[in-house]
Design a protein around this ligand. Structure first.
Ligand code: FAD
Ligand code: 2HG
Ligand code: ZN
Length: 503
């Protein structure tokens, strides 16, 4: 790949990496923590959707905050641009370089620093993998207040930088509430430290909040201090089939009132998403009733309801009463309830697997949207109709670029994921979708990014969700923290032109 990968984006006036710079970084982190081999660099240059690819010739993997500080200070003094990278599971092209920015990978910083058994406060390096954090906590009777499909690869620092929402936000709230402190290396190398982890501290502005969701544009998060809840002792899952979107909304309303304090997740999926997952997982659908001839049952919608509590008998009884009532009055058409731990995992797979399944045909355009519940599914129907009008969609006709539009997500949080599954990335499809989709979301008072962030994909569309006053304030904050713009350039709203490498 050449600089022509993003012809409409201009490389900013940063300096080039010199042999002296590489030697300096080696002297800080050691030779083995500096990656320069082009084959090895591909992992750091390319995002996991294989949609965005930069051309960095250097990835540095520090092991301590002090090392991060020395690296960033050097970049600041020599005007070298860099991209902080966690597990590289982000879905908006924010975690990879655009041109030749240095990749600063946090993967070498993965230690637990401390855990307080009484308060449940965990302090850890930013590069700790989310699943490892949760496994550690499980042994202590606690749970990480965030869960998502990429847990085996993403870092807790990456989660904070992205302000990831995930599958447990309904129960545990956003990271803006559970993160108690951060350690961040600022763009000039200064170390900001608020790891003291007080639950209450009203001495001035709550600065750590600025870094939560800053997508690597304000500094490198090196440490996270987070409040972890007690691990629920009883967990149940019901996987249900429903006849209409209205029934989905009614079931949600009923679940909130009748399952109340034990409701821990309420996820929804349309039939198209299940069909996509079925082709990917190649196993029997949970509602296929052991009949291998059933592909995906005919229900247009499915929901996954999770309950978590401290008393199994109580939760079982409550869930049973709820399910009886919603099935008797016809709100829910069909369903299964997990019987054991392994079934619990299998049921989650049909929800968590959709994201990856959507990328199995050659490409995917992902829109991660907040919308008022009543109009949420309209967006998917509107997009299907629009693609049909333009003759672009067919499940069976391989000459059409779009396979289908699938809808699923955290309906309990007012967040839908729209995945336009394509056989290959295609400018005609992209132009048909964008900016139309963003305008539609804005017209319906939603947000163009509920949880994945702006990244490289959406930074130029921020105006569909934020006012000029808000954008101006963000630009001021960015230039205050990072006057040279070296920290994850081309990603913040102050950056120029949008682009994908398939232009
Ligand atoms: P990366 O992808 O490496 O980086 C993400 C952004 O944060 C980039 O802008 C990067 O520059 C910055 N960054 C990373 N680490 C640091 C750091 N230490 N300091 C400063 N900046 C940093 N997201 C959700 O919100 N909810 C979901 O349910 C969800 N499910 C997913 C399921 C799958 C299968 C996949 C592939 C992704 C999913 N995501 C989800 C998207 C993604 O946001 C999360 O996977 C995760 O939060 C990203 O963490 P990461 O360590 O991989 O960060
Ligand atoms: C999910 O909820 C993730 O599964 C990924 O946020 C969504 O891939 C997507 O669009
Ligand atoms: Zn999600």
């Amino acid at each position: 790949l050449t600089a022509e990968s993003y012809p409409q984006v201009k490389r900013q006036d940063f300096c080039q990496i010199t042999p002296q710079a590489v030697d300096f970084f080696k002297s800080v982190v050691g030779e083995s923590a500096v990656v320069t081999d082009p084959d090895d660099l591909l992992f750091y240059n390319e995002d996991q959707m294989r949609k965005y690819r930069g051309q960095s010739s250097l990835c540095v993997k520090p092991k301590t905050t002090q090392q991060v500080s020395e690296i960033v200070k050097y970049c600041h003094e020599h005007k070298l641009a860099l991209v902080p990278q966690g597990g590289n599971t982000g879905l908006v092209g924010g975690s990879v370089p655009v041109f030749d920015e240095i990749v600063l990978s946090l993967s070498g910083m993965n230690k637990i620093r401390s855990f307080d058994h009484t308060s449940g406060i965990l302090k850890a390096d930013a590069g700790l993998i989310l699943e490892n954090a949760d496994n550690f906590l499980a042994e202590k009777g606690y749970i990480f207040p965030l869960d998502l499909g990429a847990k085996g690869s993403c870092h807790i620092g990456g989660n904070v930088a992205a302000n990831a929402g995930g599958l447990r936000l309904l129960r545990y709230g956003s990271l803006h509430g559970s993160v108690l402190g951060l350690e961040v290396v600022l763009p000039d190398g200064t170390i900001y430290d608020s790891m003291n982890a007080l639950r209450k501290d009203n001495t001035g502005y709550d600065l750590k909040q600025l870094f939560i969701g800053s997508e690597g544009t304000l500094g490198v998060i090196t440490g996270v201090s987070i409040l972890c809840p007690a691990r629920p002792k009883a967990v149940n899952i019901a996987f249900l089939g429903l006849e209409s979107y209205e029934a989905v909304q009614n079931t949600f309303k009923r679940a909130r009132s009748e399952l109340c304090e034990i409701l821990s997740a309420f996820e929804f999926m349309d039939r198209q998403s299940q069909w996509q997952a079925k082709r990917f997982l190649k196993t029997l659908h949970p509602l296929a009733q052991d009949d291998p001839d059933v592909d995906v049952p005919e229900y247009p919608f499915y929901v996954l309801i999770e309950t978590s509590g401290s008393c199994k008998e109580h939760d079982d009884a409550k869930l049973e009463t709820f399910l009886e009532s919603v099935m008797e009055d016809g709100t829910v058409a069909d369903g299964v309830v997990s019987q054991d731990e392994s079934q619990l995992k299998t049921l989650w797979t049909w929800r968590e697997g959709i994201s990856e399944a959507s990328n199995m045909d050659g490409g995917v355009y992902k829109y991660d949207v907040s919308l008022p519940l009543p109009v949420m599914y309209d967006l998917i129907e509107v997009l299907r109709a629009r693609l049909d009008e333009h003759g672009l969609r067919s499940i069976s006709d391989a000459s059409k670029p779009v396979v289908d539009v699938v809808g699923y997500g955290h309906i309990g949080d007012g967040n839908v994921h729209v995945n336009v599954v394509v056989r290959e990335y295609n400018k005609t499809v992209e132009k048909c979708l964008e900016p139309y989709v963003y305008q539609w979301i804005s017209d319906h008072h939603g947000s163009i990014s509920a949880e994945h962030g702006l990244g490289f994909q959406k930074k130029n569309y921020i105006g569909y969700s934020k006012s000029e006053v808000e954008i101006a304030l963000m630009k001021d904050i960015k230039s205050k923290f990072d006057p040279q713009g070296i920290m994850n350039p081309y990603k913040s709203s102050s950056a120029e032109a949008n682009g994908s490498r398939f232009d």
